[in-house]
Write a protein that binds this ligand. Structure first.
Ligand code: PXP
Length: 257
């Protein structure tokens, strides 16, 4: 029998909001997606309130906190504005991430070594507010050791470089990134940190990283939201066909001999 502890799945709903914002209306609703994800087995919901509000907005975060029955993981940059929102929202967890306006997604881990003086008070304020803090970092020993020194309880290992190398078929890079992740996860556990991982994971990379017993949680979004379109599109087309057929059937005399 396996002795590994359970591996939690945090579902990131940011890109439901990306789609909603493309039209500027209220649909599709990221909170509805979060409720569905929980019904389907998600252990928590992750959402990133970016400085430019390109996907998740303040009202989404408030509704997620109010409406979901599982832990909310609030991803944010360590700015005064975000700290104030997080402390008012009181999510279960905050994951501090680096953020540059021009990037398409969160492109690298936090430089905890270079920014420890600015991060220390942010970690303290969130922790004092009863919020579990994690830091999103590359699996580098110096970064991991600094997180432990700052007394944040959790790291989230940035898996983006590994997933990109796998997707590109660059086997040497994929192998070296994988070694970096496995060594980093072991080092972090030895330092007493809880280890999460995420960014760019798909079914195959999630299956592979799930076999690392040091990891307690994976946070996954983009791939699943994209995949959900294909899994759900046929059923949605059938429902639309049926709605149109019902409507057309209401024309007097239609379908009658
Ligand atoms: N974890 C963190 C800290 C992230 O910033 C992101 C992306 O928002 C994810 C996980 C999820 O990445 P993806 O959407 O590529 O699965």
């Amino acid at each position: 029998m396996s002795t590994a502890s359970p591996l939690r799945l945090g579902v990131n709903v940011d890109h439901v909001a990306t789609l909603r914002n493309a039209r500027g209306g209220a649909l599709p609703d990221p909170v509805r997606a979060a409720l569905l994800a929980i019904e389907a087995g998600a252990d928590g919901i992750t959402a990133h309130l970016r400085e430019d509000r390109r996907h998740i907005r303040d009202a989404d975060m408030a509704r997620l906190k109010a409406e979901i029955s599982k832990p909310l993981n609030f991803e944010m940059a360590a700015t005064d504005e975000m700290l104030a929102i997080a402390l008012a929202t009181r999510p279960h967890a905050v994951c501090l991430v680096p953020e540059r306006r021009e990037e398409l997604t969160t492109e690298g881990g936090l430089d905890v070594v270079g920014q420890h003086k600015a991060l220390a008070p942010a970690i303290a304020r969130l922790s004092d507010g009863g919020i579990r803090v994690s830091l999103f970092i590359a699996a580098d020993p110096a970064q991991i050791e600094m997180v432990a020194r700052l007394r944040a309880p959790v790291i989230e290992i940035h898996t983006g470089a590994w997933c990109d190398a796998v997707a590109d078929g660059d086997r040497a890079k994929a192998e070296s990134e994988w070694q970096r992740i496995t060594a980093g996860a072991a080092l972090a556990r030895a330092a007493g940190l809880e280890v999460h991982a995420g960014h760019g994971l798909d079914y195959a990379t999630a299956e592979k990283i799930a076999a690392l017993g040091e990891i307690a949680e994976l946070n996954i979004g983009y791939y699943m939201i994209g995949e959900a379109l294909f899994v759900g599109l046929a059923e949605t087309v059938r429902a639309m066909r049926a709605a149109m057929d019902r409507g057309r059937g209401k024309i007097a005399g239609n379908g009658r001999a």
